[in-house]
Design a protein around this ligand. Structure first.
Ligand code: NAD
Ligand code: SER
Length: 333
């Protein structure tokens, strides 16, 4: 597929997070390592396989300097605080999520960059229809995270309509991955449960057993980003904030699927009222027909495929770590 939206160099903000850790690798595989500049305010990752810059997305000077230095033509803006962290620190969330996006859009406007912005199921609220949530519907979120996501969707539309900035985006459901840990979200249980299942055979869940939410495996999410940025612009009616989804399940349904592979796995519940209230205000399932019609979106992983792949990868990583430990212990004098 031709990368129509970003033929030049790409800057990824928040690149060391859950999505960025896999998106950067996928973009580099497609376009070459030097074409993708990873950036973050964390510097801890030693195994970088391409250019990395320290960029605080709320600092317009840092953004502008990096865009000029590397002649960036597309910004994939991932830097943000997720839902649970944003409820703990609403002022910081506003600053990072809103001021950061505004500055990214301003730099994109000045230097002719396209922009990818990820919205979320968090952009909906308790008044939204919760089953098969339509693409265009009521959005009255009650969290700071949701407020910044709705405002972000609108701001991206505004920059396209007013200034012609090629902004594109999707509303992600909860994302599940074995590569990088999640960063303070309400859907994080669906990642933690796999690590706990492989290591301890049991998990204590912070959401109710029947808390149904939309979810997606990271390979589908990364492909969605690449595909929406490569989509033929003449087909896009929505541009920003496409509903996308792959599956919808509850903690007890996920636990049952894990038991297909680890029969002795057990789950119990210790409900976190803050995250449960957030989950209660989010959709149970999204209608993703606009994404299917406008850029041929189609997920590849359902619940059984997700669980099989997560457990295979985490088990082999666990076995590898244990054999390394045994080798190290055996090597001791
Ligand atoms: P994450 O928390 O794993 O990563 C965010 C990264 O942003 C971190 O590496 C952090 O160090 C960095 N960061 C924080 N403040 C920054 C700043 N001021 N400047 C630069 N970097 C900064 O998040 P993620 O899961 O990778 O999510 C990325 C984006 O996708 C966010 O906008 C998030 O709202 C959205 N999203 C994620 C999910 C999900 O389930 N992971 C679902 C829906 C939407
Ligand atoms: N997974 C994200 C969160 O829980 C949804 O945007 O915050």
């Amino acid at each position: 597929m031709e990368d129509q939206a970003s033929p030049g160099k790409i800057l990824v903000t928040g690149a060391l997070g859950q999505i960025g850790s896999e998106l950067v690798a996928a973009l580099r595989e497609r376009g070459g390592a030097d074409r993708v500049i990873a950036s973050d305010i964390r510097m801890e990752r030693a195994d970088r396989e391409g250019p990395f810059e320290y960029v605080d997305a709320t600092d317009v000077h840092q953004l502008r300097d990096v865009v000029r230095k590397h002649e960036i033509t597309a910004i994939y803006h991932l830097a943000a605080l997720l839902s649970a962290t944003a409820e703990e620190k609403p002022h910081v969330a506003w600053q990072v999520n809103m001021d950061g996006l505004y500055r990214v859009l301003e730099v994109a406007r000045a230097y002719g960059c396209s922009v990818f912005f990820p919205s979320s199921i968090g952009a909906f609220g308790a008044d939204t229809p919760r089953q098969q949530t339509p693409q265009d519907t009521i959005q009255r979120p009650t969290t700071m995270y949701g407020v910044t996501k709705v405002a972000g969707e609108l701001l991206c539309d505004y920059y396209y309509q007013r200034f012609g900035v090629d902004t594109r985006g999707v509303r992600f459901p909860g994302l599940i991955s074995y590569v990088a840990p999640p960063g303070g979200g309400t859907t994080d249980y669906a990642v933690e449960i796999f690590h706990a299942a492989v290591r301890h055979g049991r998990y204590t869940c912070f959401l109710r057993p029947d808390a149904r939410l939309d979810m997606m495996y990271m390979p589908d999410a990364v492909r969605a980003i690449i595909e929406v940025m490569a989509a033929n612009p003449s087909r896009l009616r929505h541009r920003n904030a496409f509903n996308i989804t792959a599956m919808s399940f509850t903690p007890e349904e996920l636990a049952a699927e894990i038991r297909v592979h680890i029969p002795e796995f057990t789950i119990d519940y210790q409900i976190d009222p803050v995250r449960q209230a957030i989950a209660d205000s989010w959709p149970e399932s999204l209608d993703d027909s606009a994404a299917r019609e406008e850029w041929d979106w189609s997920p590849q992983y359902d619940l059984p495929a997700l669980v099989r792949d997560m457990l295979e990868n985490l088990s082999s990583r666990n076995n590898h770590a244990e054999s390394n430990l045994q080798t190290a212990a055996g090597a001791k004098p």
